[in-house]
Design a protein. Structure first.
Length: 202
């Protein structure tokens, strides 16, 4: 889940080891401060609803290779969404993109979430957080780290807080990325164009 305390902000991008990271942060004493006006502790809150452009503290998000993240989302949501193949899933996500169901600085999870009968937040089926491009989660004030090289995050955290950040097991999904056709690859590059650019920079 995303986490916002007095001196730290973690933007949890869906399918990017958010549970493991947030648990490690909680083990170090970082807990959500629910007094922030636009943040209700929702699992995948964006930097915009957390108002992180004006936040003075350690703030970060974790990025993942867009192809790996897409297939992680594909397998995680297979039993819940209306697709039966990679092509159908890609077409579904492209339709969400064309409909502009997410917008930088406007779209956020808290406002899109409903409340279930038990009072907890639930998230919209369309679009699913797992398929939303990573670039829509964060603004330019956020430090970005590679999920495959969390040593850099540990070093930055230690330099800021003087405390080690220890992660438990980051779950590896039990699937393999299948060979992609050129058409499928081009669709992924179309949907996640900004994500590819950002990931190459970190």
């Amino acid at each position: 889940m995303s986490l916002l305390s007095k001196d730290l902000a973690f933007v949890h991008i869906a399918k990017n080891a958010g549970r493991s990271v947030s648990e490690a942060l909680k083990n170090n004493g970082h807990y959500n401060d629910m007094n922030w006006p636009n943040f209700n502790g929702s699992g995948h809150a964006t930097s915009y609803e957390m108002d992180l452009a004006n936040f003075d503290g350690f703030k970060f998000a974790i990025l993942r290779n867009p192809i790996e993240r897409f297939f992680s989302a594909y397998h995680a949501c297979f039993n819940d969404d209306e697709y039966n193949s990679i092509d159908e899933c890609l077409d579904m996500t492209i339709e969400w993109t064309k409909a502009r169901l997410w917008k930088r600085g406007v779209w956020n999870f808290t406002k899109h979430a409903c409340v279930d009968t038990k009072g907890g937040p639930i998230y919209p089926r369309v679009p699913r957080a797992q398929f939303v491009p990573q670039c829509f989660y964060y603004d330019n004030s956020i430090e970005l780290y590679d999920i495959n090289n969390l040593v850099n995050l540990k070093e930055a955290y230690y330099n800021y807080f003087g405390t080690k950040l220890e992660f438990g097991h980051i779950r590896d999904s039990k699937y393999t990325v299948p060979p992609l056709t050129e058409a499928q690859l081009q669709k992924i590059k179309q949907i996640y164009k900004e994500d590819f650019i950002a990931y190459e920079k970190i």
